[in-house]
Every structure is written in structure tokens, then in C-alpha cells.
Design a protein around this ligand. Structure first.
Ligand SMILES: Nc1ncnc2c1ncn2[C@@H]1O[C@H](COP(=O)(O)OP(=O)(O)OP(=O)(O)O)[C@@H](O)[C@H]1O
Ligand SMILES: [Mg+2]
Length: 254
């Protein structure tokens, strides 16, 4: 569903970003540009370096070499709070919610992080409206521990939204969900881009669904970027097909 061509300014740029852990190169000279308003997917087999790349893009793990720029400003080596102030928000592969706090209080925590600095879109003006966006209004008063794992993933998106980001990095927010839950999460993500004008980078193993929603997909394999383009092209890329041992990509291409 490539309903929109990227035309915005470059919001985030990675230039030959490398992350090494001892002798292991988890991210290997990855360069990529993300433009305002884009919805971009990142896929790749287990251990491909997707999460490590996100960690670099959000200041969690500084790159061993290479450069990161947010709206043209050099951010290489900056801490996560500086990325947050620049409008970069992310979720974690393992949800990090405050189990004892209510769902609404978790979102409030994110709002405090945002401070008064940025003008908030109406849809993100307070915890109640954010819970409406993510569909958790009925659970507002429940402790986060009492909601389902799939709802906890939505809550994590809500907490990230509460920081009023420009760029949202989503790391497997649909993992472990049923097919219909994956589909509704994908619709929510598309809505965040459409209704809130966010730029979204979305890592997911549910390749078939992801490909239907993003207009561009990056493929990482053994730390390297092996493809970057519209889903219809990427599924026919020989290196991608090989990385996925053919089967899954053949299914997606069909
Ligand atoms: N903190 C760390 N210390 C050492 N090695 C790490 C660390 N984090 C990740 N790795 C290694 O780096 C490689 C890339 O891991 P990463 O988690 O980025 O992959 P991924 O693509 O997100 O995988 P998955 O799809 O399973 O989430 C793996 O070999 C992993 O074991
Ligand atoms: Mg990962």
C-alpha cells in the first residue's frame, strides 16, 4: 500500500553506522535516510542487528563508528535524553511498563518526560486522549500488570507517544499477537503516521503484514543493509530471498 511518496525533509540520517560488541559486528556500516512523514519497515532474520541499529538511532548504544544526524544536527554519541528532546521516541522489544502503576499513570510518566517544551498535537494533549488513540481508554484505571501482553505493547506505544515525538521507532510491537491483533496494530501504526503526521520506523518479523503497510523496507542481514526500497522490489531481491531461504519471501511476493 504505497499510498504516499516520501517528500519531506530528511529527519534522521545514519552514515556508515557500525556497532561492534567485542569481535562481533552487530551493525556493519549501515547508511540510511528517513524523511518526514515516511513509514518505513525494517526486517531481517534473528540476530541481523535490527534492535542494535535502533539502539544506535536512539542513543542507547553509541555507534563504534559512523555518524548520526537528526534534522541535520550531529548526534553521534549523544545520550537517549538528547534524542528524546530532538523528537526521537522508541519502544523496546521487551515491553517496559510500570507494572504496579495504572495504565493512565504509565502514560502520564511519558508526558512528564515531554515537559512543556513542545506544542502537542491535540490527539496527544493528555493521558486520556493518548489512551483513545491507542484504544486503551477502557483499561485506564487498571494496573499495567493486569492488562494483556498485547495491551502492554499498545501501552508502550502510548508511553512513547506521550513524549510527543516526531520520529517513532517501534521494535516488534506486534510480536506474539494473533493475526487479527497484528492487523489492528498495523492499522494503528498507519494511523499514527496519517493522523499525527509522525515518521515511523517499524521493525517486525510479521513480514507479510508489514510489507502491506510500509512504503519502504530496509533489510538487514548479518549487520549489513542488503536492500532498501519499495516492498514489491525488495521481495524480488536475490540476496533478500537467500537471507530468508526463499520460502517466506516467495509467500510475500505472491
Ligand atoms: N549488548 C550486547 N552484547 C553483545 N552482543 C550483542 C549485544 N546486543 C546484541 N548483540 C548481538 O548482536 C547481534 C545482533 O543482535 P540484535 O538484537 O540487534 O538482532 P535483531 O535483528 O534485533 O534480532 P531479533 O530479530 O532476534 O530481535 C546478535 O548476534 C546479538 O547476539
Ligand atoms: Mg531485535
Amino acid at each position: 500500500m504505497a499510498e504516499r511518496q516520501p517528500e519531506g525533509a530528511v529527519l534522521l540520517e545514519a552514515r556508515a553506522v557500525t556497532v561492534r560488541f567485542g569481535g562481533l559486528t552487530a551493525v556493519d556500516e549501515v547508511s540510511a535516510q528517513f524523511r518526514a512523514g515516511e513509514l518505513v519497515g525494517i526486517i531481517g532474520p534473528n540476530g541481523a542487528g535490527k534492535t542494535t541499529f535502533f539502539n544506535a538511532l536512539s542513543g542507547v548504544t553509541p555507534p563504534t563508528s559512523g555518524e548520526l544526524l537528526v534534522e541535520g544536527a550531529k548526534m553521534t554519541g549523544a545520550r537517549p535524553d538528547r534524542y528524546a528532546r530532538r523528537g526521537v521516541a522508541r519502544t523496546f522489544q521487551t515491553p517496559r511498563v510500570f507494572a504496579e502503576l495504572s495504565v493512565a499513570a504509565n502514560v502520564d510518566f511519558g508526558l512528564q518526560f515531554a515537559g512543556r517544551r513542545r506544542e502537542a498535537p491535540r490527539l496527544l494533549k493528555d493521558a486520556a486522549s493518548i489512551l483513545d488513540v491507542i484504544g486503551l481508554a477502557p483499561q485506564a484505571a487498571l494496573p499495567a500488570a493486569a492488562i494483556t501482553p498485547s495491551q502492554q505493547r499498545l501501552l508502550e506505544i502510548g508511553m512513547a507517544l506521550a513524549t510527543r515525538p516526531k520520529l517513532l521507532l517501534l521494535d516488534e510491537v506486534a510480536a506474539g499477537l494473533t493475526e487479527s491483533e497484528v492487523e489492528s496494530t498495523a492499522r494503528l501504526i498507519r494511523g499514527l503516521r496519517g493522523d499525527l503526521g509522525l515518521t515511523v520506523i517499524w521493525i517486525e518479523h510479521a513480514v507479510t503484514t508489514l510489507m502491506r503497510y510500509v512504503e519502504r523496507v530496509l533489510v538487514l542481514h548479518q549487520g549489513r543493509k542488503i536492500a532498501d526500497g519499495p516492498p514489491a522490489e525488495v521481495v524480488r531481491n536475490a540476496e533478500v530471498v537467500e537471507a530468508y531461504l526463499g520460502d517466506e519471501m516467495a509467500e510475500v511476493a505472491a
